[in-house]
Ligand binder design. Structure first.
Ligand code: ASP
Length: 593
């Protein structure tokens, strides 16, 4: 039906006859001449219809925004003075000879260039219209290029694209499952996969050696700010590899992806042990673009006459850390109050600070509500954080977890507010994660998942589970975890030890993952892998503000699809067929209950 996409036209087609198909983006009447901006997925072309072609003119005259048109005409240079160098097609226009309405359109719920005036709800409800916006098309186009680049790289490295089931059993990624009732097995349920974890390990047992999949995963989590209940992973697994191999393959994949799609040469990926990341940045996904670090000052604060500091400094599970911000003395009282509220979200009970106005003046040159409690140690403190005139030093003093979370978040917030970024992209690997984490009651759970191999023997693991490290690794970019994985356990004795520590009895292990344990008996090779969150990767690469912008049909924060109105009610007949009776009386669509 068409000879060119609208956005493809430029000066090289001048005098050519072209046929375009697309939507009316805008229509303007200019003294008897009609201008139509015709839009398709590649861009917008200006079409001129003049009264010399009466039939075309009459059709153009009744065209309205979002009508679907087919236009034939000749490409010509725009007259001097009307050219628009900011637009790819801005030097030319098409003088229409024929205009055909392929379809009319009702007045859309919002004009594309006025999308900001309606709430996100309206845009999600009419997502097919929202997706007409060139910015949305650009993001999804980039997403397609990203998946393509990843596939091309992995295929080139000998990875096979193998699909794994969607109707399956629970997978141990630690979130709640989405369940699907079985009609043919009354009272039984499938779980949608939280990841293809177990299947990809089984593929290694089968000898496929290298697997990948761009896989949908489902996690019924209480949705934190920017998560989706269904999301996409670039999932991969390989046999006869160690952590260095997996990190090398995937680092190269990301490097190549950035070069292909963004023409960005990523810097080195340093490796940082988890403990160091927590110590220096208060986070296991540090944003290394920000040159601020947490500095321990427990030893100095042990003896100060200020309980808020001396308490945590002397406690085993406490931490007192300082965060120096160069030039931060200019922060106002109001800004500091805002930061105090902000750290409160992470459980910090306050935010102490010292402004260094003029170091040479000693105590006189400092401004701070707390310095009076620590006059003896203040010089040592200032030396330790290398304080200079004009700096501010913030403090966190609490349980280790609270200090890390609060100062870690403050560091990122300050980096953003004060625009402290030193580079555009800062990737790294975080390694040497603890094998387990304890909840408040002291119960252990796997930090990654229970198939992750520890870096010690089964006996050492049993002897000291809380200090055991795992062979897991996370790739972090600009403070976002892009992906994570591990070398897996491939022998049963180790798997048993891990289950034992986790308090998973034989029966439970058998019931939940019996098939994997069985498979480990039949010659499982050493193997490991990793999964990247594709949505998050696309978000970073497109500079999108929310994950919803890079997913064609996303769900809301409450895990609903406003367009299809899912989840929806089902008929009584369907429930009956599934052997399900609802506990709460809800409206059903059939008259029979
Ligand atoms: N299955 C893991 C996850 O979804 C990734 C991996 O270990 O490969 O986090």
């Amino acid at each position: 039906m068409r000879s060119h996409y609208c956005g493809q036209l430029n000066e090289t087609q001048v005098d050519e006859e072209v046929t375009l198909c697309g939507w009316v983006h805008r229509r303007r009447d200019h003294g008897g001449v009609i201008f139509l901006d015709l839009r398709d997925r590649d861009g917008i072309a200006q079409v001129v219809v003049d009264p010399d072609t009466p039939e075309a003119f009459a059709t153009a005259d009744r065209a309205r925004n979002e009508y679907v048109l087919r236009i034939s005409g000749r490409v010509r240079l725009r007259p001097e003075g009307t050219q628009n160098p900011n637009m790819p097609t801005g030097l030319i226009e098409v003088l229409a000879k024929q205009v055909e309405v392929l379809n009319t359109a009702a007045t859309p719920p919002f004009q594309l260039d006025e999308h900001g005036k309606v709430g996100e709800e309206v845009r999600l409800k009419h997502r097919y219209i929202d997706l007409r916006r060139p910015e949305m098309i650009d993001k999804l186009r980039l997403r397609s290029r990203i998946s393509h680049s990843v596939r091309a790289y992995l295929e080139g490295e000998g990875f096979l694209d193998i699909e794994t089931p969607i109707l399956t059993r629970a997978t141990p990624e630690g979130a709640r499952d989405y369940l699907v009732p079985s009609r043919t097995h009354p009272g039984h349920f499938f779980a949608l996969p939280q990841s293809p974890q177990l299947f990809k390990q089984l593929l290694m047992v089968s000898g496929f050696d290298r697997y990948y999949q761009i896989a949908k995963c489902f996690r019924d989590e209480d949705l934190r700010a920017d998560r989706q209940p269904e999301f996409t992973q670039i999932d991969l697994e390989a046999s006869f590899v160690d952590e260095n191999d997996v990190m090398a393959i995937t680092e190269q994949m990301i490097r190549q992806l950035f070069a292909d799609v963004l023409e960005v040469e990523l810097p080195e990926f340093p490796r940082m042990p988890y403990a160091e990341a927590m110590q220096r940045y208060g986070s296991d996904k540090p944003d290394l673009r920000i040159p601020l670090e947490l500095v321990d000052v427990d030893d100095l604060m042990k003896g100060v006459d200020f309980k808020v500091f001396s308490g945590p400094a002397n406690a085993d599970d406490g931490r007192v850390a300082a965060l120096k911000v160069s030039g931060g003395a200019k922060l106002t009282r109001k800004e500091i109050d805002d930061y105090t509220k902000f750290v409160g979200i992470y459980g910090a009970k306050g935010l102490a600070w010292i402004k260094v106005n003029e170091r040479a003046k000693g105590l006189e040159g400092l401004q701070s509500p707390i310095v009076k409690f620590m006059e003896d140690i203040v010089e040592t403190l200032l030396d330790r954080v290398d304080a200079k005139d004009g700096d501010i030093i913030f403090f966190g003093a609490d349980k280790v977890r609270v200090v890390n979370e609060a100062l870690g978040a403050l560091r990122v917030r300050l980096g953003n507010d004060l625009n402290l970024y030193t580079q555009a992209w800062a990737p790294l690997w975080v390694v040497d994660f603890p094998m387990f984490e304890a909840d408040d009651a002291g119960r252990l759970s796997a930090l990654h998942h229970p198939f992750t191999a520890p870096s010690c023997s089964p006996d050492e693991l049993r002897a000291s589970p809380s200090t055991a490290l795992s062979r897991a690794y996370d790739m972090v970019l600009n403070g976002t975890e892009l992906g994570g994985g591990s070398i897996r356990i491939h022998d049963q004795a180790m798997q048993r030890a891990v289950f034992e520590v986790l308090g998973i009895g034989n029966e439970e292990a058998e019931e939940k993952f019996g098939f994997l344990l069985d498979a480990l008996q039949y010659g499982a090779p050493p193997h490991g892998g990793l999964a990247f969150g594709l949505d998050r990767l696309v978000m970073l690469m497109t500079g999108a503000k929310t994950i919803r912008e890079v997913i064609a049909f996303p769900k809301t924060q409450s895990a609903a699809d406003l367009m299809t109105d899912a989840p929806g009610e089902v008929s009584a007949d369907q429930l009956k067929e599934l052997n399900i009776r609802l506990r709460q009386k809800v409206k059903v669509t059939a008259d029979e209950e």
